[in-house]
Design a protein around this ligand. Structure first.
Ligand code: URA
Length: 269
């Protein structure tokens, strides 16, 4: 076995290049055939085009300023999903397989916000279906909830290469879509899983605090388009709990608080 090749493959996987784009390998060091070389750029990109582009999605102009304008103009979740599918302002879409929009009820009382899709979510097109998702399902089940009745989504809807955390710029450009999603679903509470979700949704000064400081304390957050501030509960991300099982007791306390809050809501109708 050629160890250099194996190392090169490992590096590619680390960088997130873990999906085959073509059926046969292509040596990009040799000159492309004349026909291919003279083909329009669009045709050359066809293989690389993310598979998630909805059939009727309009391709919208790129750029962070555009994101807020586009998101705010969406009057339904379907429109928001189509707008995201056509939004070119976040480079993560170029390396992801598809858009991972959301899962669960469109009128959920609880919205669960994670960080970003991983490899399995990227393949399935659904958030939290890998190991973190299995733990999340158990966590929700432990307080009588399930993924069909809550709304689950991520701070950024495309998988970052190699499962690195999304950058501030990537979170910033996707944030208007997340905020609009919240405004359209109108949940009664948000569960923010991990530092990325907490930092994205919470205002200053909480935004600057670590998740260990933030977890377990409710915060009221104003969301554009919602008449009243929404109660947000930051807690640990399931991926962190898988790595640090000792933190599960704190996460359990957070879940009990969440259950208590939701029960209180039920008694109020
Ligand atoms: N981690 C997340 O934050 N979201 C997912 O969808 C999967 C893993």
């Amino acid at each position: 076995m050629d160890m250099d090749l194996i190392e090169a493959l490992r590096l590619q996987v680390e960088w997130g290049a873990d999906e085959a784009l073509l059926d046969a390998p292509q040596d990009r060091r040799v000159a492309a055939p004349a026909a291919a070389a003279s083909a329009p750029v669009q045709a050359g990109r066809a293989h690389h085009a993310p598979r998630h582009v909805a059939r009727h999605a309009t391709v919208l102009p790129a750029g962070p300023a555009q994101a807020a304008k586009v998101a705010e103009s969406c009057e339904s979740l379907e429109a928001l999903q189509a707008a995201l599918a056509g939004f070119t302002g976040c480079a993560l879409r170029d390396t992801a397989t598809q858009l991972v929009f959301a899962d669960g009820a469109a009128d959920a009382r609880l919205m669960v916000v994670g960080e970003a899709p991983g490899a399995e979510e990227d393949r399935a097109g659904r958030p939290f279906v890998g190991p973190s998702g299995q733990l999340l399902d158990k966590m929700l089940g432990s307080i009588g909830l399930d993924r069909a009745t809550v709304r689950i989504l991520n701070t950024v809807p495309w998988r970052p290469p190699g499962d690195r955390p999304p950058t501030e710029a990537e979170v910033g450009v996707c944030l208007p879509f997340l905020l609009r999603h919240i405004a359209l679903v109108r949940p009664r509470a948000l569960l923010l899983l991990g530092a990325v979700a907490a930092r994205a949704v919470l205002p200053e000064p909480e935004r600057g605090l670590g998740i260990r400081r933030l977890r377990g304390a409710w915060l009221q957050v104003e969301i554009p388009g919602l008449a009243a501030p929404i109660p947000c509960l930051p807690s640990y991300h399931p991926a962190y709990l898988l790595r640090m099982p000792a933190a599960k007791s704190e996460a359990w306390r957070d879940l009990l608080q969440l259950r208590e809050f939701l029960e209180l809501l039920s008694t109020q109708g």
